[in-house]
Design a protein around this ligand. Structure first.
Ligand code: AMP
Length: 425
């Protein structure tokens, strides 16, 4: 019996995993430079949290959650997104007491029962961040600028930023009524899900994945016309700050995002490689979520980027070349040995040098020729050969792999010599 990874999941193999590590390193660097600190929450949460936070009528809750009961019949769900868990944790640990304005980020897998296709998986990974505790439009602009900076650092060059405002509860109520009116005449042409949405939550129609429903949504009235004066001022301020920060954007009246908790600012980053219906990432404000999760009334804004999609877009923009983090990564030493005595010496040297650099050595006795062939394959920069007459005279050979140049070194000085040559320690 041969087993396969579950549909919609992927193994990230050596050779590919280096790009992931590099992207995660870049994300950590950029986010901490912007003042974010990492938070790690469990991979599963009470199912109720997502029903409440993400919204009952969203596709995520209706169709895409991996839910299960444990041995005590309690319902849980594998996290489909990162914001609700972060806010649950923020409230549970009263993080506002530590600092009234918190900047938190997370990196990790998410789970959605989606139809697998290019850029869409059932286990995927997100880098996301939340800025909790301010209603300032400048914070919105900074969060968006952070995403752009992160994408740029990850090698994604051609992005389109789409921006909309979903208003506050009052504006949304008015807008929902206007949408209901707009779609009522088109009811029969909507998909069965959207007919239900029309009654329960008309804004969700704008997020439907059925092309006919998208087409019907094209001429909806713009949300902007229904914004309260406060929300409109906020939206205009965000746009002004983005312009001041040199971040270009397109306004998109159909942008609602797939989760119900968003208020006011909503945004998405798109890339040509992925097509218009598949975003690199996005986010927005969620000014009522903290209170809904049992915390004090606290405005917040966040974003998440899909790592698979960012890596796909980055490889497209950099001509398919994976960023291996620079040639420095290849610095490494191969220890070739012949005979038990040489093996002992090699083990000691490897243990000492592995504190500083990558050291490869064969653990099975093989010919020197085979070992040096292996050294080439492993792309190390240098090799040390411990064998034969030389070893009997307490000497070893040090070899520069690119030039083939070789020199003889006394065993007593070997460790220091290697460190100096490789500039480590
Ligand atoms: P969302 O939480 O739906 O706004 O998703 C944020 C980002 O996560 C998206 O823009 C994608 O980059 C990524 N994402 C969401 N769902 C998937 C999926 N099924 N497969 C791969 N990436 C996804």
């Amino acid at each position: 019996m041969q087993y396969k990874a579950p549909r919609g999941t992927q193994d990230i193999l050596p050779g590919e995993v280096e790009r992931w590590q590099r992207f995660e390193e870049i994300s950590r660097r950029v986010l901490s430079n912007y003042g974010y600190r990492e938070i790690r929450t469990p991979i599963f949460e009470q199912k109720e949290l997502f029903l409440r936070a993400v919204g009952q009528e969203t596709d995520i809750v209706q169709k895409e959650m991996y839910c299960f009961t444990d041995r005590k019949e309690r319902w849980f769900a594998l996290r489909p997104e990162g914001t609700a868990p972060v806010i649950r944790s923020y409230v549970e640990h009263a993080l506002w007491k530590d600092r009234p304005f918190q900047k938190l980020y997370y990196i990790g897998p998410m789970f959605r029962y989606d139809r697998p296709q290019k850029g869409r998986y059932r286990q995927f990974h997100q880098v996301g961040a939340e800025a909790v505790g301010s209603l300032e439009p400048l914070v919105d602009a900074e969060v968006i600028a952070t995403v752009r900076q992160l994408l740029e650092a990850a090698g994604v060059k051609k992005v389109i930023l789409k921006l909309n405002s979903l208003g506050d509860a009052e504006s949304r109520g008015k807008y929902a009524a206007a949408l209901k009116k707009y779609f009522s005449g088109k009811r029969e042409s909507l998909c069965p899900d959207c007919r239900v949405r029309l009654e329960a939550n008309p804004l969700r129609i704008l997020d439907c994945k059925v092309p006919e429903c998208n087409e019907l949504s094209r001429d909806i009235p713009p949300m902007e016309e229904y914004l309260s004066p406060d929300s409109l001022r906020h939206y205009e301020s965000v746009q002004r700050w983005l312009t001041v920060s040199g971040v270009s954007f397109e306004k998109d009246k159909n942008l609602v995002r797939g989760l119900d908790y968003y208020t006011r600012t909503a945004f998405e980053f798109h890339h040509g490689e992925l097509g218009a219906s598949v975003a690199l990432g996005g986010g927005g404000r969620y000014d009522s979520l903290v209170a809904e999760c049992g915390g004090p009334d606290t405005p917040a804004i966040g974003f998440s980027l899909g790592s698979e999609r960012v890596l796909l877009a980055a490889s497209q923009d950099s001509g398919g070349e994976a960023d291996d983090g620079g040639a420095g990564k290849k610095l490494g030493l191969y220890l070739a040995w012949l005979g038990p005595e040489a093996c002992e010496k090699a083990l000691g040297l490897a243990a000492a040098l592995r504190k500083f650099i990558r050291v490869e050595m064969d653990l099975e006795p093989r010919s020197l020729k085979a070992q040096l062939r292996q050294a080439n394959k492993l792309e190390v920069s240098h090799a040390v050969i411990l064998a034969g007459d030389e070893l009997a005279r307490d000497l070893a050979q040090f070899k520069e792999m690119t030039t083939g140049a070789q020199e003889e070194i006394g065993l007593a000085n070997l460790e220091e010599f290697v460190k100096t040559k490789l500039n480590v320690g």
